[in-house]
Design a protein around this ligand. Structure first.
Ligand code: ADP
Ligand code: MG
Length: 607
């Protein structure tokens, strides 16, 4: 038999590669803009005609290419970004496969002008279907301009599958947004059919968000900013008010590269807890910075999926960071951005003391000297809170006990810093609310909801942990549980015993309690347990785990009620404990635990 295997002609090989890398005009925009950024540009202009179907041109002021490089750049696997296989594991540039230009040139007509700063003339190259049409010199500013005309002109099947102009433009602008968000320090301009769509100056992320999304987001976004040994997380998250019914305004970047991850989206959604219903999607733009050696970005040809060495650790860090930011927002929505550069987070303080909010946060925190009475009990509150598990997540994550940074609540307490100078005792109103002064105004705390939150978190942590519990032994008390509820209750006994109860079935409707969790009031146990079972049955309609339901029901039933008079001591403890919570601002079912009143706003009311 004669030999039949041949090497594919280069142009066809390029077209096949293009099938993977270039699906639509938006893919060209992405690849070319990434190249401009890799080339160190500070300003990038994108010019489009007919949603990129006729023309996509990118003009940058980056380092340009020499004559030889300009020609080489269109060869497949031609890249200046990796030299050895090991470089693959520490990629810091956006591109590295050396495929984009070759692919684009195989399915379009490409005209490139490029000039390094130290050369007088630019190289001018025209390539069509991988064929060099023309190579000359021309006058041009330093940098590179690449015009891609008539995309897919020689791949009719592809061309046919392009969507309408408005849809293709949407795809392009989406790619553009991702890049513009990740590079706020660069100037960008977008011109479509001679109309300016965006003209973005270099500046803060917040400014960019306002320009790319809505001006009204200005005081509804809050900064996220956490540094740990493994990962840095920064960016902006939206308050629940700007959550939307459609997904979309959600961006996660890993080392400035946009990625898609249902798993990490889930972590963020979890941070909002009951603030959002299932069909509401929060706004966020989050940047994860992690050692490139700890991730694998090359699992997908267009590089939007990513593998982390330890995904579950990242999950928890992310969740806690977002919770932390939301907690700060709830204290004072305006606090965060009054002055972008000022250190409202007390970060300079942390830095000055040479410590980061790290996995040992609770310990380091204990060594600082905060004097405000409002915080005097916090040390004891931290113990036992520094671990939590993923048991209730429906993401399919295995259960995990993991030490995470308790920074979530640390800075929240920092908001009380102003009290260090002038301390006012809390005040109770109508045996229902507690008022506490903060620097910018005052908080009005709902004692019942606040206490529910505190107990809920405490119980949930205990249920998810296997720890010895402090228990108070009782002279046995018997409980009568209604016939219809008896089975539900019997089912709950092992979990209740985990919380510190010691309950036994005694036959019939009778149960005997020998012990209760330390700190639990035993004076109306029958009432509390009845309330607990009722709540538990009611909450079964919610899609929450059994542990979460139990923690919720216990909290709802056992929390101090409105109408209970509190001593100053008790009020202070309530405030301390509330703000040591991971999510202090609502009770487990989403009701606000406190309201914030700003002096500025109050002044206005009197005008
Ligand atoms: P990759 O980005 O994966 O290296 P590309 O095909 O996108 O592959 O680009 C090939 C090479 O061409 C790059 O490695 C870079 O050296 C050069 N290049 C492409 N675009 C530009 C640009 N705008 N400015 C300077 N150099 C560029
Ligand atoms: Mg590239």
């Amino acid at each position: 038999m004669s030999d039949i295997i041949q090497l594919l002609p280069e142009a066809i090989a390029n077209q096949i590669a293009a099938g993977e890398v270039i699906q639509r005009p938006a893919s060209v925009v992405k690849e070319l803009m990434e190249n401009s950024i890799d080339a160190g540009s500070t300003a990038v202009t994108l010019i489009l005609k007919n949603s990129g179907k006729t023309l996509i041109q990118i003009i940058d002021n980056g380092k340009g290419m020499s004559e030889t490089d300009a020609r080489m750049s269109f060869e497949r696997h031609a890249t200046s970004k990796i030299k050895e296989a090991k470089d693959l594991f520490s990629i810091k540039t956006m591109g590295f496969r050396g495929e984009a230009l070759a692919s684009i040139a195989s399915i379009a007509e490409v005209e490139m002008k490029t000039r390094p700063e130290d050369e007088d003339m630019a190289t001018h190259i025209t390539i069509k279907s991988s064929d060099l049409i023309d190579q000359t010199y021309c006058q041009a500013e330093p940098g590179t301009s690449i015009a891609v005309k008539n995309l897919f002109f020689n791949v009719p099947a592809r061309k046919k599958f392009l969507k309408t102009d408005s849809v293709e433009l949407k795809y392009i602008l989406e790619e553009f947004k991702r890049i513009a968000l990740a590079h706020c320090d660069l100037k960008f301009k977008v011109i479509h059919n001679d109309n300016e769509v965006y003209n973005l100056s270099a500046g803060s992320l917040k400014k960019r968000v306002i320009n790319l999304f809505r001006k009204t987001y200005e005081d509804k976004i809050v900064r996220v900013d956490e540094e740990t040994d493994i990962i840095n997380i920064s960016g902006l998250v939206g308050s629940p008010e700007i959550a939307r019914k459609q997904k979309g305004e959600q961006y996660i970047f890993v080392n400035k590269r946009f990625i898609k991850s249902h798993y990490l989206n889930h972590a963020i959604k979890m941070a909002y807890e009951s603030l959002l219903s299932d069909d509401q999607h929060p706004f966020y733009i989050l940047f994860l910075e992690i050692d490139p050696e700890r991730i694998d970005i090359n699992v997908h040809p267009t590089k939007q999926e990513i593998k982390f060495d330890d995904e579950r650790v990242i999950y928890n860090y992310l969740k806690v960071s977002v919770k932390h930011a939301l907690g700060r927002y709830s204290l004072s929505p305006k606090l965060d951005f009054e002055n972008e550069d000022s250190n409202l987070l007390d970060r300079s303080n942390l830095a000055a003391q040479g410590r980061k909010p790290s996995a040992h946060f609770s310990n380091t925190r204990a060594s600082t000297t905060r004097t405000a009475p409002v915080m005097r009990n916090w040390q004891s509150l931290y113990s036992g809170l520094e671990e939590f598990s993923l048991e209730d997540d429906d993401s399919g994550a295995e259960q995990l006990d993991l030490t995470i940074p308790s920074a979530a609540t640390g800075d929240l307490l920092g908001a009380f810093n102003p009290l260090e100078n002038e301390v006012k005792a809390p005040l109770q109103l109508h045996n229902t609310f507690v008022v506490i002064q903060i620097k910018s105004g005052f908080l009005l705390i709902h004692q019942h909801y606040a206490h529910q939150r505190i107990l809920y978190e405490r119980y949930l942590h205990k249920l998810n942990k296997r720890e010895e519990l402090v228990q108070k032994q009782l002279f046995p008390i018997s409980l009568q549980i209604g016939k219809d509820k008896k089975d539900v209750f019997a089912d709950l006994i092992p979990s209740l015993n985990k919380l510190g109860f010691e309950i036994q079935a005694f036959g019939g409707d009778t149960f005997v309690v020998h012990g209760i969790p330390a700190g639990f009031q035993d004076n109306n146990l029958q009432e509390v347990i009845d309330g607990l079972i009722e709540q538990f049955i009611e909450n079964k309609n919610l899609s929450i785990s059994k542990n979460e339901n139990l923690a919720r029901s216990m909290a709802q039933s056992a929390a101090m009620k409105s109408g209970k008079s509190l001593t100053e001591e008790e009020m202070t403890q309530l405030i301390d404990e509330l703000f040591a919570c991971e999510m202090p601002y609502t009770n487990p079912s989403g009701k606000k635990c406190f309201l914030t009143f700003e002096l500025k706003d109050l002044e206005k009311e009197f005008n």
